[in-house]
Write a protein that binds this ligand. Structure first.
Ligand SMILES: Cc1ncc(COP(=O)(O)O)c(C=O)c1O
Length: 326
């Protein structure tokens, strides 16, 4: 099923579905697979590229000439938005928090190369700063389009409703039935889209969000609400059950953007067993959580478990010292 929402083609799809044979063996099972959304293309890729196909589709339909979004200094979402705007010939203004770091590296370096304007929030509320920028843009005679934090509204999350359909097609082809899809979850758009997609397909796969910052009590209701909004937005007649919004928050470690030993181990394992790069903020943390769950025998050896790689590797370069310390 494909929807009729306006969409700009930005991503190379479908992204590969890849077995992690060496890592699965090293961990003693289950059978691990990776969905390579780090390879969506567009300025080093990541999960936001899919969302931006719909968000910029909407922006262009509304006649916008400038996109505004927000994130942390090493935001992958900001970098991909800058790239998507460049590709569509739109201006891009980024509200980044909190202050300019000493070194312009990783995603922040790429934001500059991609021609985005950067405004530092100084720790102020990001949504408020974005509205201020939008007002300035309007006063200058431009037509701004504000993309919420993480691109996580019903429009952005629709991309992951579609991505779930893509995965189901691929897993049929590969003749594998996934018990669980695990992923890094933060603003919740990716998880909610997948959850809505699974509900629409009546697929019983568990979609497990591994929180990188917030408590499950905050993130799970947000995922559920957003999944139901996606269903409403697409006018699909299906219910998303409350118990479908599964979130674990045991692996937040030192908090958002803090890389500790579990994250470093996960990054090294994927690099050394599979030649795959994770990132310190999202996928490294989530994979550390997945590995801990595997060691706790959450799955049987013969179960197939998919980790949805959501990208983020450009941030590795901003964590050079922490990575080398191990
Ligand atoms: C690499 C990476 N993984 C996962 C996420 C989380 O996705 P979501 O905000 O849709 O929960 C992000 C969000 O910025 C990200 O950059």
């Amino acid at each position: 099923m494909t929807n009729r929402m306006p969409r700009v083609p930005l991503a190379h799809l479908p992204t590969p579905l890849q077995p992690l044979e060496r890592l699965s063996r090293a961990l003693g099972g289950p059978r691990l697979w990776l969905k390579r959304d780090d390879l969506t293309g567009l300025a080093l890729g990541g999960n936001k590229t899919r969302k931006l196909e719909y968000l910029l589709g909407d922006a262009l339909q509304r006649g916008a000439d400038t996109v505004i979004t927000a994130g942390a200094a090493q935001s992958n979402h900001a970098r991909q938005t800058a790239a998507a705007a460049a590709r569509c010939g739109l201006r891009c203004v980024l509200a980044l928090s909190p202050m300019a770091p000493e070194t312009t590296t990783g995603n922040l370096l790429l934001d500059r190369l991609l021609g985005a304007q950067v405004r530092w929030t100084g720790g102020r509320d990001r949504a408020e700063v974005m509205q201020e920028i939008a007002a300035e843009e309007r006063a200058a005679g431009r037509e701004p389009y504000v993309i919420p934090y993480g691109g996580s509204n019903a429009i952005g999350a629709t991309a992951y409703f579609e991505a779930m359909h893509e995965l189901v097609r691929q897993s049929r082809q590969a003749q594998v039935e996934f018990h669980t899809v695990a992923l890094a979850s933060s603003s919740g758009g990716t998880q909610s889209g997948l959850l809505a997609g699974a509900a629409a397909l009546h697929d019983t796969v568990r979609i497990l969000g591994i929180s990188v910052d917030e408590p499950a009590g905050v993130l799970a209701p947000r995922v559920l609400r957003l999944a139901r909004l996606v269903i409403e937005h697409l006018a699909v007649r299906v219910d998303v059950p409350e118990e479908g919004a599964m979130v674990v928050d045991d692996y937040v470690g030192g908090g958002y953007g803090v890389m500790g030993e579990p994250e470093r181990e996960a990054i090294e394992l994927l690099a050394r067993y599979e030649g795959v790069l994770l990132d310190p903020v999202y996928t490294g943390k989530a994979m550390a959580g997945l590995i801990a769950l595997i060691r706790a025998k959450t799955w049987r050896r013969e179960d197939a478990v998919l980790f949805w790689h959501t990208g983020g590797a450009p941030a590795l370069f901003a964590y050079q010292d922490a990575l080398l310390r191990g």
